[in-house]
Design a protein around this ligand. Structure first.
Ligand code: ATP
Ligand code: MG
Ligand code: MG
Length: 354
């Protein structure tokens, strides 16, 4: 196909469109708001995701449909799929939209996840608290991101208050994972089932939002390999096509189970933005290649790199960052630097060490 339809109009869609442009492909955005992706796409449709007639018309105008935003209603993906291939398929969307479905799916593959229990109402408090024991995190099943829609609890006694603070929506209670650090796997899977991986970054967070991703990470090579195998097992089980981000906790070399999956993102992922400047083919280009049915590109890393997100007022330092040697600056062109908003990122490149 030569025109890629993207559901979602944010910075991920923008960077996908830029990568597609290098390959001579065009993108058509469908989004419920006019976002940063619209500036670089050949066309954009701004309409509600619930407008299935518009979704259908959008799908008719493109060769394949993908998304940069996992909260697209399943009905929208289904409406598109009646007209054009949707990659990754609606199964990935369905699993990733709901933390209960996601954790259950991964656990049933025999892959470790944090202890979890559904919290739908006050009647589920006792069983959930008993299931995880002690401290935990209550997370809404749907629509949470950047640490929004979750509350830490120090003991079962805090569960009712946390549930109320989250407006009583269906949630899950997770046990706290005693991790040493966090990593992620960026796996790309082609239409023929071939999988390729980028190096596994170390991820740090600030106020619930990803702050930095660094490669190489301190994870021992055998465990990095294990991490990629777990991600591939998830991608295979979903019949996935495109880039999948898999967030993981690393518990240390001496832990009986060194890797525990946190969550998956059925799209390009913020912890893979470093691939733009440290690899020949970025996660964005590889996602486009995969969904377009192209051969996958090289995922090897040619440099060491730290990606740092520019959140809110961080972006005011853009001129100093642009002047800094060894630094590649990426700005999303968002009109207002509201607190907590992802405005851009910088990749600080160093010669490859290992
Ligand atoms: P994202 O922006 O990555 O989608 P999110 O809002 O979906 O974030 P999570 O990834 O579930 O939130 O959690 C955010 C962070 O909180 C994690 O990266 C980790 O640092 C911490 N965290 C989440 N769950 C647990 C857990 N069960 N045990 C320990 N720490 C946790
Ligand atoms: Mg998330
Ligand atoms: Mg997360």
């Amino acid at each position: 196909g030569s025109t890629i339809g993207i559901l979602g109009g944010g910075q991920l869609g923008r960077m996908m469109s830029l990568a597609a442009g290098r390959l001579g492909l065009k993108c058509h955005i469908y989004s419920d708001v006019r976002g940063p992706a619209c500036d670089f796409a050949a066309a954009s449709t701004i309409a509600p995701y619930e407008d299935t007639a518009k979704i259908r018309a959008f799908a008719e105008a493109v060769d394949v449909v993908t998304y940069e935003f996992e909260n697209v209603p399943l009905e929208a993906a289904a409406a598109a799929e009646a007209v054009a291939p949707v990659r990754p398929g609606p199964k990935a969307l369905e699993v990733a939209q709901d933390r209960l479905a996601e954790k259950t799916f991964i656990r049933d593959l025999g892959i470790p996840v944090a202890p979890f229990a559904a919290v739908d109402n006050a009647a589920s408090f006792d069983a959930a608290a008993a299931g995880i024991g002690g401290a935990g995190i209550l997370k809404t099943r749907r629509l949470g991101y950047d640490g929004k829609g979750q509350m830490r609890i120090a003991s079962a006694a805090e569960l009712p208050g946390a549930f109320e603070a989250l407006k009583g929506v269906p949630s899950i209670l997770e046990g706290l994972v005693p991790f040493a650090f966090e990593v992620s796997v960026l796996v790309v899977r082609g239409v023929n089932g071939e999988t390729r991986f980028y190096d596994v970054p170390l991820n740090t967070h600030k106020e619930g939002i990803l702050d930095t991703s660094t490669v190489p990470s301190p994870i021992p090579p055998a465990h990095a390999k294990r991490a990629t195998e777990l991600a591939a097992a998830i991608a295979d089980a979903l019949g996935y096509v495109g880039v999948l981000g898999v967030e993981m906790f690393y518990l240390g070399a001496d832990a009986p189970e060194p890797l525990v999956i946190n969550e998956i993102a059925p799209r390009v992922h913020n912890s893979g933005h470093w691939t733009q400047d440290a690899c020949l083919v970025s996660q964005f280009e590889n996602h486009i290649r995969a969904v377009a049915g192209w051969p996958l590109g090289a995922t090897e890393r040619h440099s060491d790199v730290t990606m740092t997100n520019l959140i809110g007022a961080d972006v005011d330092r853009w001129a100093a960052l642009a002047a800094e040697p060894g630094t590649a600056l990426h700005l999303y062109g968002k009109p207002e630097a509201r607190p907590g908003r992802k405005m851009g990122h910088v990749n600080r490149i160093r010669p490859r060490s290992a």
